[in-house]
Design a binder for this molecule. Structure first.
Ligand code: ADP
Length: 470
């Protein structure tokens, strides 16, 4: 068996990377060939992504990948959801690309929460997030009504990078599904949702299932002969695809990083009043199946507390020491209310946590270890609540929680999750999004049959830790 090399372009809101996967007799070998920081920048109170910069880094990374792996077969792009590029017929950006943290949609999101969200949720299966593409496009058209006659297409960020690579404009399904514009009961756009937000239907092409070949790379001279593959554009869809889940559907998926994304794979969406109250987001896999998930505040809480203590573990051993100290700290009597809006983006996370605890008359942690312990225990409880909501709404029983992402390395968090949920936790050290991206390319190239076959072949290669509930 000859080794097949595929390059994953994985665009994150804070960093992007190009990772090459070599699939051969010994399984999958990953090489990170390029990593670059990413950030949105402010201009007169609005937040924008820097597309020329991102493209120059992607180009440099792919050229490096091709130099190191001259037989590079293909490239696929995944990234964060909801943000998009409005382009003219030739693909020239017609409007600056706003970042999802921009506040331009907050007021409209509040209005939608008061009126209309029940209908929109029934149509799209996506709860009310201020950053949804639906609200962003609505705001763009309200501020610039002429845009209707200027832009020809709306491409999500990974769709746009695929266009730069191979010249084809394709809206991929998984990334389309987070927009709050896709029909939750089908695989096409919802005319009623487009009407609700006043968005021209011609801007969006029929969503394409993935993975599949798009064509040869034409946008980077050095990549002649490399195939551009449409992979699930949404990084979370890629991360879920990579997880070594049991084939019988008995696993819950937890991607634990800045956010905690806890979900399941399902043939049907989870809808109705209860699902909306639980804020279940019915996102999609590349093949059109559903990935109902709950998105909760995650380890960003710890990141922000660390900023307040002006120390951040700089190595795996420093992280280990912090987590060990936290495990020795006094167990908290009261856990954090993770739905408290004051925790979303406070100037000081420590002060916001203290304020919440004081309001309840609870004891404040004494030091960093105490805060880390409180945060891990609270996130564990949040994960357990999400598990119970998904069990209740799906009517299914799950046997295990599979956890990937930075949080999979946090033993205290894994333990707190297992104990609170009453389920075993299996933690895997796995570059989730990049691996799912590469697996999808291998399927499109015919080197692997499907995701189930990839999971079965790849999981024995992974380092796993198990935490049984106590
Ligand atoms: P994202 O992709 O959402 O930015 P990651 O999956 O990279 O996030 O996870 C980042 C988080 O993982 C950090 O905030 C930190 O809490 C945790 N983390 C990273 N490395 C370690 C480690 N070695 N031990 C424990 N926790 C870690």
């Amino acid at each position: 068996m000859k080794t097949v090399h595929c390059a994953a372009v994985d665009l994150g809101a804070t960093s992007g990377r190009v990772i090459v996967g070599g699939w051969g007799r010994r399984g999958l070998a990953l090489t990170e060939v390029h990593r670059f920081p990413n950030q949105f920048r402010s201009l007169a109170g609005r937040e924008y992504w820097d597309l020329p910069y991102l493209w120059s880094e992607v180009r440099a990374g792919l050229a490096k990948a091709k130099r190191r792996f001259p037989r590079l077969a293909s490239v696929g792009v995944d990234g964060w959801a909801v943000d998009h590029v409005l382009v003219d017929a030739r693909g020239r950006p017609a409007f600056p690309v706003h970042a999802y943290r921009d506040t331009r949609t907050l007021a409209a999101s509040e209005r939608l929460g008061l009126r209309g969200i029940d209908k929109v949720y029934a149509l799209t299966g996506i709860p009310n997030y201020p950053y949804n593409t639906s609200l962003q496009l609505q705001e763009t058209l309200a501020a610039f009504p002429g845009m209707r006659g200027v832009a020809e297409r709306c491409l999500f960020v990974p769709d746009y990078f695929n266009f730069l690579l191979c010249g084809r404009m394709v809206n991929e399904l998984s990334i389309a599904s987070h927009s709050q514009l896709l029909d939750v009961n089908g695989a096409d756009w919802s005319p009623a949702a487009l009407r609700h937000f006043g968005i021209p239907s011609g801007w969006l092409g029929k969503p394409a299932l993935s993975p599949r070949r798009l064509g040869g790379v034409t946008g980077i001279a050095e990549l002649k002969g490399v195939v551009s593959v449409l992979v699930p554009g949404h990084d979370t869809a890629c991360a879920f695809a990579a997880m070594p889940a049991a084939p019988d559907g008995s696993d819950l998926f937890l991607s634990s990083g800045t956010w905690s994304l806890l979900g399941i794979e399902s043939d049907v969406p989870l809808l109705g009043r209860d699902a909306l109250m639980e804020r279940i987001s019915n996102e999609r896999s590349g093949d059109g199946r559903y990935r109902p998930l709950k998105s909760c505040l995650g380890l960003w809480l710890l990141e922000k507390v660390l900023a307040g203590f002006s120390t951040r573990p700089g190595s795996a051993s420093a992280w280990k020491a912090l987590i060990a100290a936290a495990a020795r700290a006094r167990p908290p009597e009261d856990l954090l209310d993770l739905t408290d809006a004051a925790l979303f983006n406070p100037p000081s996370m420590r002060a916001a946590i203290d304020a919440q605890l004081r309001r309840r008359g609870a004891v404040l942690p004494r030091d960093l270890a105490g805060y880390a312990r409180l945060i891990c225990a609270s996130l564990g409880r949040g994960h357990a609540d999400a598990v119970h909501a998904l069990e209740r709404l799906s009517g299914r029983q799950f046997r295990r929680i599979v956890i990937v992402g930075g949080g999979s390395q946090n033993r205290l968090l894994c333990r707190a999750t297992a104990d609170a949920a009453g389920l075993p936790v299996a933690s895997y050290a796995l570059e989730g999004a990049a691996v799912g991206n590469i697996a999808s390319q291998l399927i499109a190239l015919g080197a692997v049959r499907d995701i189930a076959a990839f999971r079965a072949a790849y999981s024995p290669q992974l380092r796993k830790e198990e935490y049984l509930p106590r």
